[in-house]
Design a protein around this ligand. Structure first.
Ligand SMILES: Cc1cc2nc3c(=O)[nH]c(=O)nc-3n(C[C@H](O)[C@H](O)[C@H](O)COP(=O)(O)OP(=O)(O)OC[C@H]3O[C@@H](n4cnc5c(N)ncnc54)[C@H](O)[C@@H]3O)c2cc1C
Length: 380
């Protein structure tokens, strides 16, 4: 069986590595060694680490070596009042990781470089006489084809070209919040380390240290009725007003982040949180979708890349055992549905009229912690 993988991000790289020995070719839009588009940092959940520990020992070790452990999750108000403080080991078998995007892509792409054609961006889809899919790629030298594939895997992310060619453009649903990201590289004086969230009303800062002396900061705030991000909000002054408590000074952590926003507002990447409906396969099972291409979700629990890890590892196991796209759906879709619903449920405090203190109190209750335990440990 000839398998083509579109995209060597998280899911695609892990799938290609897991199918070593099979007839696999991966196609990646970016040029070799170019991780420039992957600018910031991320946290990857303990469930992804468990999937790697049980299935890919070398990748697990490489990820640990290139990252800091994600061991704690605390939630404060912007004045420093602590609402929630969880040691992840209470609900997981091992910590997650905090890592830079560029490092994550580098260490996942390295083992599959031999089967990857870089600077190949999927553009169109054709069929050969045997009914096999023939992807058409844009390369620096023009359009190229590489023959027919029995199975084509869309691991090309949230705006999957394969998905739109095979099944039409998916209709996204906006959550109604803006999410921005910033990587601060001169962060020696940062007053915190592990994963924290700071709320002022429903506006939230999220931040943690990543390797190399850098700090990742993400800001979230509710959008108005038309769901657009007003230009007026993309200024340091507007962000300072958003995250400064009305009746108290900001705590040292928030004050530090506000100073970094002042200095780096031009580097901030602005986006809107959205989900798309799950689609695991199309074209009678000849196209299979993994990671964001199949299941883009809200980033609230940090499960996007984490689920892409699970997808890459589990799909490789299923295909190695002779399974098809429908078998991957059986192995993945119930789990993904649980994670998507739990991520939405956990987004409650990002939107009015939910009161942050009451919403956070719910996260200390046994039923929420039981769901976290299921999320972090029940990896197939
Ligand atoms: C603001 C924000 C914060 C986030 N934070 C976290 C977090 O902390 N933790 C977490 O787990 N997740 C996080 N996520 C989610 C995470 O970014 C994604 O879920 C994850 O990258 C999906 O992995 P993937 O393998 O499906 O796709 P990607 O990692 O996006 O990889 C897709 C690959 O396909 C390639 N490609 C794209 N189009 C083509 C084409 N036409 N032809 C060939 N190749 C192509 C791309 O170059 C890329 O290499 C966040 C997302 C956002 C927006």
């Amino acid at each position: 069986m000839r398998i083509g993988i579109i995209g060597t991000g998280v899911a695609g790289s892990l799938l290609a590595e897991g199918l070593e020995g099979f007839d696999v070719t991966a196609f990646e839009r970016v040029a070799p060694g170019d991780q420039a588009e992957a600018g910031t940092g991320l946290n990857i959940g303990p469930n992804a680490l468990k999937a790697l520990r049980l299935n890919r020992t070398a990748r697990h070790a490489a990820l640990r070596a290139a990252s800091l452990p994600w061991q704690r999750w605390f939630i404060d108000l912007a004045d420093g009042t602590r609402l929630f403080n969880l040691d992840l080991r209470e609900v997981a078998e091992e910590p997650g990781v905090r890592i830079r995007w560029s490092e994550l892509y580098r260490l996942l792409r390295a083992p599959v470089a031999g089967c990857t054609r870089s600077a190949h961006a999927l553009e169109a889809l054709e069929e050969d006489a045997a009914g096999r899919l023939v992807p058409v790629f844009r390369t620096p030298g023009g359009l190229v084809r590489d023959g027919g594939f029995d199975l084509l895997v869309g691991a090309d992310g949230r705006y999957s070209r394969l998905r739109s060619l095979a099944a039409g453009e998916p209709e996204g649903t906006l959550l109604g919040v803006c999410i921005w990201r910033l990587l601060v590289t001169e962060a020696g004086d940062c007053p915190y380390d592990d994963y924290g969230q700071w709320f002022n009303g429903n506006a939230r800062l999220l931040s943690f240290r990543v390797p190399g002396g850098a700090v990742y900061i993400a800001g979230t705030f509710p959008l108005g009725i038309d769901r657009q991000i007003p230009d007026a909000m993309k200024t340091a002054a507007a962000q300072r007003a958003l995250f400064t408590p009305a009746d108290a000074p900001p705590c040292p952590a928030v004050a530090w982040m506000l100073a970094k926003i002042d200095a780096h507002v031009a580097e901030i990447h602005w986006a809107r949180s959205a989900i798309v409906p799950v689609l695991r396969h199309a074209l009678d099972g000849r196209a299979l979708f993994l990671g964001d291409a199949a299941q883009a979700m809200v980033p609230t629990l940090g499960q996007g890349a984490t689920q892409a890890v699970e997808c890459g590892v589990i799909a490789a196991n299923v295909l190695r055992a002779g399974g098809d796209a429908a078998a991957v759906a059986t192995a993945r879709d119930q789990r993904v549905e649980f994670v998507r619903q739990f991520s939405m449920e956990s987004s409650d405090t990002l939107l009015p009229p939910v009161d942050v203190q009451a919403g956070t109190a719910k996260k200390r209750q046994p039923d929420y912690l039981a769901k976290l335990r299921k999320l972090y440990t029940e990896v197939v």
